[in-house]
Design a protein. Structure first.
Length: 131
């Protein structure tokens, strides 16, 4: 189950086949983990895979037992994630903002998104053009 969750971060076309196989499992924990990985991958346009929608719908349709609620909810969440548009982090330079730095000089994504939200609130033209 942990291995399925880790697939959310792996850029490899073979991940799709592993997730497809996992969605055919009889184990509700495996189903939930696979659906969770699909939902997590759906945020990134390079990792999202709408071809898994039928398999997710099948989980919702065929898993009706009391122990299957987690798997069904995870499949519903994954379908919702696939239905939402992907979001790409804007270039901070377009916002006229300094690139927020975290530990070791790495990009502080939380601070970046707070800056994006503030720019959107203030009607920044780069944000308005992207929407």
């Amino acid at each position: 189950v942990a291995a399925l969750s880790a697939l959310a971060e792996i850029d490899d076309p073979r991940v799709r086949d592993v997730l497809q196989t996992a969605l055919a499992s009889d184990d509700p924990g495996v189903l939930a983990a696979a659906a969770g990985a699909i939902a997590a991958r759906a945020v990134d346009s390079g990792r999202r895979d709408p071809t898994l929608v039928p398999a997710l719908a099948d989980v919702i349709e065929r898993r009706k037992g009391p122990l299957d609620i987690e798997a069904r909810l995870a499949a519903i969440d994954a379908l919702g994630a696939l239905a939402r548009p992907t979001v790409t982090a804007p270039d901070p330079g377009q916002l006229g903002a300094d690139v927020p730095q975290g530990k070791g000089g790495a990009l502080d994504e939380s601070a970046l998104w707070r800056g994006v939200a503030a720019a959107a609130r203030d009607g920044h033209p780069a944000i308005a053009a992207a929407v």
